[in-house]
Design a protein around this ligand. Structure first.
Ligand code: NAD
Ligand code: UDP
Length: 312
């Protein structure tokens, strides 16, 4: 059935892939974005499609529209960007969630929240399962993002309980791929751009901290599958790739795949940088029959191809 779907943050990295996929599936899509970290270039190829609309709007302000579903992705996601104006980041997460939940309540739309593995903070449980409450510093430099997202989850749950809003809470783990912002400071984009330019590769700390990287196509498939799943399954659910690597291993892979002459250099570990992160995705497998299929090397090659194009 053709649906009308609102994607907040639709011009961002994940949002643009989501808009594209939903249009491919025959839906009508409205992207709502203030272009803080998003870019019109990410969606320019969709603008000719009569079933796509791009609206410039800030989610901290109310927005009125009639849609069947809302994917709430608006929020800067990289530490550099979300720490640039931490108060605005909190407003985007919290007021943005209130505005979108209020909209969903009024028009009886289903609404999915792009939450994050950051709700687990620097986790003391490994791998992370959805019933773990996390280990978050509420006053640290990452708190604007972590606590904003935690508050948004709480808002989603309370709108569901109090107002019967049909919600889905998805905890996204590190995702990478084409259309990542080349300067947003995230590790995959940083390392690839540095390698392609034969510049020093900046390892923060000793590189022994771990992350588990999910390729964007797998993530978007999981996101849509979750939105379309049964009413009663509201999450939170982890969506990510459980293959875990140290940051040093990632750097070595990127150098190998690009044939770069870059050297590794070490810089201090940022405050509250989580030491390990790996999703337990048993719940997603059971409830959604979803698991990622794209291995790190394959995804890195596609991402390297993209960055080669945009920085040459
Ligand atoms: P991104 O920065 O590329 O996209 C975010 C988009 O939201 C951008 O287009 C930006 O302009 C827009 N935006 C920011 N503030 C806004 C506001 N106040 N009003 C309207 N639009 C606003 O980041 P992304 O990687 O695509 O992340 C998308 C969502 O997924 C975010 O909510 C993020 O927290 C979540 N997430 C992403 C990852 C990841 O690894 N990429 C991991 C966990 C969670
Ligand atoms: N990182 C790094 N060098 C960089 C960028 C990031 O060593 O140039 C490290 C960072 O300290 C963290 C990991 O890579 O331990 C992932 O960082 P990213 O900002 O991509 O995501 P997050 O910390 O939010 O998972």
């Amino acid at each position: 059935m053709k649906k009308r779907i609102l994607v907040t943050g639709g011009a961002g990295f994940l949002g643009s892939h989501l808009c594209e996929k939903l249009l491919d599936e025959g839906h009508e899509v409205i992207s709502l974005d203030n272009y803080f970290t998003g870019n019109k270039m990410n969606i320019v190829h969709l603008l000719d499609n009569p079933f796509f609309e791009a609206v410039r709007h800030d989610v901290t302000m109310p927005f009125f529209i009639e849609v069947d579903e809302i994917y709430n992705l608006a929020c800067p996601a990289s530490p550099v960007h979300y720490q640039y104006n931490p108060i605005k980041t909190i407003k985007t997460s919290v007021s943005g969630a209130i505005n979108m939940l209020g909209l969903a309540k009024r028009i009886k739309a289903r609404i999915l929240q792009a939450s994050t593995s950051e709700v687990y903070g620097d986790p003391q449980v490994h791998p992370q399962t959805e019933d773990y409450w996390g280990h978050v510093n509420p006053i640290g430099t990452r708190a604007c993002y972590d606590e904003g997202k935690r508050c948004a989850e709480s808002l989603f749950m309370n709108y569901h309980i109090q107002n019967k809003v049909r919600i889905k809470i998805m905890r996204i783990f590190n995702t990478y791929g084409p259309r990542m912002h080349p300067n947003d400071g995230r590790v995959v984009s940083n390392f690839i751009v540095q390698a392609l330019k034969n510049e020093d590769i900046t390892i923060y700390g000793d590189g022994s901290q771990t992350r588990s990287f999910c390729y964007v196509d797998d993530l978007i498939a999981g996101m849509i599958r979750f939105m379309e799943s049964g009413e009663e399954f509201i999450g939170p659910v982890n969506i990510g790739n459980p293959d875990e690597f140290t940051i040093l291993e990632l750097a070595q892979k990127v150098i190998g795949l690009t044939g770069s002459r870059s050297r590794l250099v070490y810089a201090p570990l940022p405050e509250d940088d989580p030491m390990q992160r790996q999703p337990n995705i048993s719940l997603a497998k059971k409830e959604l029959d979803w698991e990622p299929v794209i291995k790190l090397e394959e995804g890195l090659l596609k991402t390297i191809e993209y960055f080669t194009r945009i920085i040459s």
